[in-house]
Design a protein around this ligand. Structure first.
Ligand code: GH3
Ligand code: MG
Ligand code: MG
Length: 306
């Protein structure tokens, strides 16, 4: 896709000259005849770069630059065109975040084209870097097999949830979930089938919980669900819904098919625990009791859930 350049100048001849030079380089050109119209066009067309005159009626180049930077558009570079007598203003523009300035009349249009090319290359690189940073940040908090949040992110989210709960006086719930007799599934159908079950189970968990709930892969075949602003009763029905969704699903892969069940241990903050360590320890203990008492069930802190 061609990059879009917004050219702003109150002199029609210059506007035409720049448009045709940039257009013949393959850029998409949008024009405006003063700073006021420039700001409007900027919002309408979301250009990749702005080339603007400084001295213009209604709104000058410096005002335009400030408005655009204030709007949080740090992505878009602004190249300033200035007359000899306005160089002080042009420097003011540089101080306010302009990318470059060129003095009119332009002796050689190639000087402008080179500045445009440089700015767009820099911008593309910045966009690419930002995307990579975002991917890295995502990778740091996700489990690669299931795409769920990982153990490390659980610690961060629990800290946040504890603070929120204390501040607003809400109760939140932690559910620890463990697949029943998963070793046997691996032994019977193979490790790849087991991986498929883990992936499918994370999808089912996502579908069966509320959008505010967050799901983490805690360990091998153990997941944790954090349910913000959730009472014991709400957690009971959420756990039952999730267990039923798992029970009724036929896990299919590579010609094999099986059903599984899960056991769960739940704990509440602040009702049953004083900090995140105790919260997890209590959920773990409850999960152990769910396993001990026959699996395919949920135990909540000190009692049976459903
Ligand atoms: P229980 O009902 O007591 O939980 O029995 P279980 O067999 O599920 O428990 P156990 O702790 O004995 O076994 C857990 C199994 O989970 C063993 C391990 O191979 C399997 N597992 C852990 N992580 C993965 C994984 O990433 N992929 C696959 N396929 N299996 C995994
Ligand atoms: Mg298990
Ligand atoms: Mg386990």
């Amino acid at each position: 896709m061609n990059e879009k350049i917004l050219v702003i100048d109150d002199e029609e001849d210059i506007l035409k000259l720049l448009s045709s030079a940039l257009g013949s380089e393959g850029y998409e050109v949008v024009t405006a005849i003063d700073g006021q119209e420039g700001v409007e066009r900027f919002h309408e067309t979301e250009p990749d770069l702005i080339v603007t005159d400084v001295k213009m009626p209604r709104k000058d180049g410096l005002q335009l630059l400030k408005e655009i930077k204030d709007a949080g558009s740090t992505n878009v570079d602004v190249i300033i065109l200035t007359g000899h007598s306005d160089e002080a203003t042009a420097i003011d523009c540089l101080r306010n975040g302009a990318y470059d300035y060129l003095v009119k009349p332009l002796e050689d249009i190639d000087v402008l084209l080179a500045a445009v090319e440089r700015s767009l290359q820099k911008r593309n690189l910045e966009i690419k870097n930002r995307r990579l940073m975002k991917q890295l940040e995502e990778m740091a908090i996700r489990d690669p097999l299931t795409g769920l949040y990982n153990f490390r992110h659980l610690q961060t989210c629990l800290d946040e949830e504890v603070i929120r709960s204390k501040r607003y006086g809400h109760t939140f719930c932690t559910l620890m979930l463990d697949i029943d007799r998963f070793k046997a599934v691996n032994d019977k159908y193979g490790h790849l089938f087991g991986d498929h079950v883990l992936k499918k189970l994370s999808e089912i968990s996502g579908r069966s919980t509320r959008s505010a709930d967050r799901i983490f892969r805690y360990g091998g075949e153990e997941f944790i669900v954090i349910m913000p602003e959730t009472s014991r009763e709400e957690a009971v029905s959420a756990a039952e819904r999730l267990m039923e969704a798992v029970r009724s699903h036929a896990f299919e892969c590579d010609g094999y098919e099986t059903k599984i069940t899960v056991s769960m241990g739940g704990s509440l903050f602040p009702d049953q625990s004083e900090d995140k360590i105790e919260l997890i320890r209590l959920a773990d203990k409850a999960l152990y009791r769910a396993k001990e008492s026959g699996r395919d069930r949920a135990v909540f802190g000190d009692g049976e859930l459903g």
